[in-house]
Design a protein around this ligand. Structure first.
Ligand SMILES: Nc1ncnc2c1ncn2[C@@H]1O[C@H](COP(=O)(O)OP(=O)(O)O)[C@@H](O)[C@H]1O
Ligand SMILES: [Mg+2]
Length: 150
């Protein structure tokens, strides 16, 4: 693994959709330096964008007066991405239907319940949600994690 192993990279952005590009660019820099494939980086970019968009829209109600703390950590051949806001939090289990529950449903039915967290679950190896003062989403992607299924 690269020299970045166990290094933590922090980023704080205003809770405004206009800054989510900066998160994507930073992710791309960290992940490509670490050796993730293009597909893995694309998966992580979509998942991280969804998490940041949720913080902007749901935690801060699109008011742009909060902040989002993001950290990228490379650990045991995996990228751990934390997206933390300090806005209104939510009950994960009550708001979000799990990936398993979406199985075999038509897409229109799934979309009605919100797709962001479902997409994060589909694209990442692990999604954890901690609600305390706001919300922290922890996304984990293993390097080379899809190789078995090819
Ligand atoms: N960071 C957050 N802060 C507060 N509530 C959130 C946050 N992220 C998600 N939620 C809640 O979880 C629900 C599901 O999110 P998501 O799957 O992305 O669907 P959508 O954003 O389309 O509603 C949201 O509607 C919202 O109620
Ligand atoms: Mg969403």
């Amino acid at each position: 693994m690269s020299a970045l192993n166990e290094t933590k990279i922090y980023l704080t952005i205003p809770a405004d959709a206009a800054y989510i590009d900066i998160v994507r660019l930073t992710l791309y820099g960290v992940a490509s330096k670490a050796g993730f494939s293009y597909e893995e980086m694309e998966d992580m970019k979509v998942a991280v964008s969804e998490a940041c968009t949720n913080a902007v829209l749901h935690a801060y109600n699109d008011c742009h007066n909060g902040i989002i703390d993001i950290s990228f950590t490379l650990e045991d051949n995996s990228m751990h991405i934390s997206i933390k806001d300090y806005g209104s939090s939510f009950k994960y289990e009550q708001n979000v239907v799990s990936t398993a529950a979406h199985h075999d449903k038509p897409l229109e039915e799934i979309a009605a319940g919100g797709l962001g967290i479902f997409m994060m679950q589909a694209l990442m190896d692990s999604v954890k949600v901690c609600s305390d003062l706001g919300t922290e989403i922890i996304l984990i992607k293993r390097m080379g994690g899809n190789e078995d299924s090819i």
